[in-house]
Each structure stands twice: as C-alpha cells, then as structure tokens.
Design a protein around this ligand. Structure first.
Ligand SMILES: [Zn+2]
Length: 232
C-alpha cells in the first residue's frame, strides 16, 4: 500500500489499525477498508480462525500419528498475520508440546521477527513448562482457547493442574495471569466482550472448534495405551 493521506485508525486491544489513502486508486482504497474492517478483524476472531484453519489441520495429522491434541501458533502483532503454526509431537520427544514445538520451529526459521512484536497463541492454557518457555523466549503475552480445567475434564489430561499443585503448590488458576513478563488471555473472555451479532458468530465458531477437538480427543484417548509418552 502506498502511504498518503491518513484516513482511518482504530484500536482493538493490542492492535492498532491505520489506513492511508493510496494515490489515485479508489478500488485499492475499498480493498484496504475491507481488509481492516474492525468488526471482522478483532483479535478474538482472528485467533479463532487460526485455531480452526491453521492449527487444527496439523493436529488432525498429529493425532492420526498418535500425538496429543495440543497446538500453538505465533502471529505478528502488527497485522495478525501468521508466522508459524505447530502441533504436539510428543512421540518424537515428550518436551514437544504444541507450544514448545512451535517455538522450536520458530527458532529454525531463517528470518524471524522479534518476539516482542509477536502474539503467542495456544489451543490449551499452557502447562508450566510451556509457560516458562514462552517467558524465556521473550513474549509479553499468550492467548489460549481451552483452560487447564478443560484439559483435565474434557480431554482427560490432568497433568497441567497436577504439576501446578505437586511442584508449585498451586490450586487451579493459582499462577499470576498478569505479571512482569506477560499477560495471558482466555479467548472465550474476549469473545464475551464482542457486540452482537459478532459475538453470536464467534460463539458458533467456538462450538464448532470444540466439537472438532472432542473428536480428536476421543481418537487420542483410544490410541494412547500404545504410546510410551511418560505423561500420556
Ligand atoms: Zn506444555
């Protein structure tokens, strides 16, 4: 886009959208307006799309191979474009949770943005290992779709909460969700702040994503007795 007259600017949480009038091309201007439509481009909407269209397809393959259902992605704060999406690969290494596997792949990229300019998205509230990895990598945020309680109750994966309790002596939700390193956000909370009818659409998408994960969880649980992942 060619910088020109300033025409619009809006802020949705951490994202600031600005548009400038391109010289002599009204059609391009319409295109830019469509692309920055604030009602369509809230961070909750974009993160749900990334879960559904970028992470889930990878996770379907991962679960078919015998891995867990957890995935992650890294996006640019500037335009919410995707840098990388990944999924759990514990069959190769029990440390390759979706988040750590995404970070591994991220650091294998030739050119990469600084983590201070990036958003970390986790399909499930990160475990203590992943939370620390996100911290050590320099992110100032993470967003998640399912909670620790969901992992325990809907996915039969109680290890996150058990480690919090056994190693750190913390009850569910007992860690500092906002601290000197980062702030964390449940996507479901962000959806609740949307106005109708957008909120209804995002809740519909949320239900669709949950149904997809329920099917994948059933597949993993049916196969896990065959793997030697320590905390399976
Ligand atoms: Zn983890």
């Amino acid at each position: 886009m060619v910088p020109g007259d300033f025409i619009a600017c809006g802020k949705r949480r951490v994202i600031v959208f600005c548009a400038f009038r391109p010289t002599g091309n009204p059609a391009r201007l319409d295109e830019i307006f469509r692309s920055i439509s604030l009602s369509d481009n809230t961070i909750a909407a974009r993160l749900l799309d990334v879960v559904e269209h970028d992470i889930l397809p990878l996770t379907r393959k991962g679960v078919a191979a015998g891995n867990k259902v957890f995935g992650a992605a890294i996006l640019r704060k500037s335009d919410l474009s995707l840098v990388i999406a990944e999924t759990n690969n514990e069959l190769e290494n029990p440390l390759w949770h979706g988040e750590v596997h995404a970070l591994k792949r991220f650091y294998e990229l030739g050119e990469k943005p600084a983590t201070k300019d990036l958003i970390f998205l986790s399909t499930h509230e990160p475990c203590t290992m992943c939370m620390s990895a996100i911290t050590w990598a320099g992110f100032d945020n993470f967003y998640y779709f399912f909670s620790h309680e969901d992992s325990r109750d809907a996915f039969a994966i109680p290890h996150d909460l058990k480690i919090l309790k056994e190693v750190f002596g913390l009850e569910p939700g007992g860690y500092r969700r906002s601290n000197a390193f980062w702030s964390s956000f449940a996507i479901s909370d962000l959806v609740e702040t949307e106005a109708d009818p957008r909120k209804g659409e995002l809740k519909g998408q949320t239900a669709r994503i949950k149904a997809a994960y329920a099917g994948l969880s059933d597949s993993y649980q049916a196969s896990k007795s065959d793997n030697d992942i320590p905390l399976n």
